[in-house]
Design a binder for this molecule. Structure first.
Ligand code: GRF
Length: 216
């Protein structure tokens, strides 16, 4: 697919994954076009990164809405104004309603700092250390109605070192996030990645339950 793939990114914080996506589109041959960055927090540093890159930004404060459904409906309206083929969650700290997820079925990505299905939710690095895991990592997945569930696209696996702390692990996992997220987004933009009833496929081949695995 040579056409441009419009992407809208949702975030609530620092936006280092957004930065990795922005950097990956600067190669000249990238089919990915980040059309807008939307945050539920006006002070998210990710918005500044977007502005610096000349990308449209919007702020939609969830506190101004009565309930999740109303916020999500307004969010859909804002997102769809940019006509995205793909919506990317990059540290968006909101649980999304079933209606929102269904609206973007097959074109909504999330990144999570663990080897899913392990450690859904928060404090993933701490939990991996406490469990004595020898490997840890991060996952990109299609979003379904199950929190941090949904078919896996790609996982990066790193070894847990003897002296690792939650902070040191977080740092190394983050570095891998910055590699696999742009990779997955590009696959999608090139039309290589699809989702159907059987799961996620890359180049027409059904992916394993773990998604495409990248080690070390
Ligand atoms: C990442 O750790 C990601 O896995 C999680 O939220 C964090 C966002 O980090 N979903 P950043 O804002 O992209 O730096």
């Amino acid at each position: 697919m040579s056409a441009t793939c419009n992407v809208v990114v949702l975030l609530s914080g620092t936006g280092s994954n957004l930065q990795a996506l922005i950097d990956s589109t600067r190669t000249g041959d990238s089919p990915v076009r980040i059309r807008a960055v939307i945050s539920n927090r006006a002070d998210a540093y990710g918005l500044q990164r977007a502005r610096d890159a000349g990308i449209d930004t919007r702020v939609l404060d969830h506190k101004a809405f009565e309930g999740r459904e109303a916020f999500d409906a307004a969010l859909i309206e804002q997102i769809d104004a940019f006509n995205p083929q793909l919506v990317v969650l990059a540290g968006f700290m909101r649980i999304l309603s079933a209606g929102f997820v269904r609206h973007y079925q097959g074109r909504l990505f999330n990144i999570h700092p663990s080897l899913l299905p392990k450690y859904k939710g928060l404090h993933t690095h701490q939990r991996a250390l406490e469990a004595g895991d020898t490997e840890h990592g991060c996952s990109v997945h299609f979003v379904t109605e199950e929190l941090d569930g949904g078919p896996l696209v790609v996982q990066a696996v790193i070894p847990v070192e003897l002296h690792d702390t939650p902070q040191s692990l977080a740092q190394r996992v983050h570095a891998r996030e910055h590699q696999i997220y742009p990779m997955a987004v590009r696959w999608f933009a090139e039309g290589r990645l699809t989702l159907d009833d059987r799961g996620a496929s890359l180049d027409g081949q059904l992916l394993a339950a773990s998604g495409h695995l990248i080690r070390h």
